[in-house]
Design a protein. Structure first.
Length: 145
């Protein structure tokens, strides 16, 4: 029997594609003697015909890309899909901002020797989402609005 036919029968037996069947080239003559599917099963048992292992997608490039993203690269406007709300929840962004502002508020409270009322007012305004960022908070305390 032709090797092509043996490959086809073996693919059915091994439950794989024709291209994933390997036949030992040194024992090809023995493989040609097989006539029935039972003979092909015996060749599989002997190891003359084997199933090739699947070829996987390499993760090397993906790992490099992930490392770059961890550094903060590749996150520009061209790489973004979806709105800011879809990329990070509203509450998460608020929490991050508030925590940063409260840290800055504590630092300023230690540095500046201003009235306590202004600082307590600023603290309440932080909670009320009045400030966009830390710079705005600094300006508010320095000018003493």
């Amino acid at each position: 029997m032709k090797l092509k036919s043996i490959r086809r029968i073996a693919a059915k037996i091994l439950n794989t594609g024709i291209s994933k069947v390997w036949i030992d080239s040194s024992q090809a003559a023995k493989a040609r003697e097989a006539i029935t599917a039972e003979d092909v099963r015996e060749l599989v048992k002997k190891g003359i015909v084997k199933k090739k292992r699947p070829s996987f997608q390499s993760k090397g490039r993906a790992r490099v890309l992930k490392a770059q993203k961890r550094k903060g690269r590749k996150k520009g406007f061209g790489k973004r899909k979806g709105k800011a709300k879809a990329r990070m929840r509203k509450k998460e962004t608020w929490t991050k901002r508030v925590r940063a502002l409260r840290r800055k508020w504590k630092e300023l409270k230690k540095q500046e020797s201003l009235e306590g009322k202004e600082f307590s007012k600023a603290y309440r305004l932080i909670k009320g989402n009045y400030f966009k960022g830390r710079k705005q908070l600094e300006e508010f305390i320095k000018t003493g609005k």
